[in-house]
Design a binder for this molecule. Structure first.
Ligand code: FES
Length: 147
């Protein structure tokens, strides 16, 4: 945390909130209420300010997730390229709805706004990797790699 703070000379405590939350999530796997409280105390900012940031960005996980988090973009660019079909295929194949985790704890399926890869839609993010120009066949191949 000290190394993170050192990178931000002006209003550095608020500026360090994103990397501090990212660091905390990396250590714990998710941002628990206790983790948010620790970040607020360490950065000396109001807990509500930390909660605002943590709940705004889809990269932060406030609940337990599966080993693989699949985040499907359904914003307009991907929607025009068939994102709804991709999402429906994943729901059927995994046997879960958006926001749920498979019974074996392996996959969590989420719907997110633009992933900033609009020209290669439909797009999803699998943990930290992008899968682009998705088709049902490419989804099946991706899942088979992971199973
Ligand atoms: S609309 Fe899907 S990545 Fe931008």
């Amino acid at each position: 945390m000290v190394a993170v703070l050192a990178r931000f000379p002006d209003d550095r405590k608020r500026a360090a909130m994103l990397p501090a939350l990212w660091l905390m999530q990396g250590m714990l796997g998710q941002l628990t209420p206790e983790a948010l409280e620790i970040v607020a105390k360490r950065l000396e900012v109001p807990p509500t300010a930390v909660a605002e940031v943590a709940t705004f960005y889809s990269m932060f996980r406030l609940e337990p997730t599966g080993r693989y988090v699949i985040e499907v973009c359904t914003n307009i660019g991907c929607a025009l390229c068939g994102a709804e079909k991709i999402l429906a295929h994943l729901e059927k194949r995994l046997g879960v709805s958006v926001g749920q985790t498979t019974a074996d704890g392996k996959f969590t399926l989420r719907e997110v706004e633009c992933l900033a890869s609009c020209g290669t839609g439909p797009v999803l993010q699998l943990n930290h990797e992008f899968e682009e120009r998705l088709t049902p066949e490419r989804l099946d191949a991706m899942l088979e790699r992971l199973e």
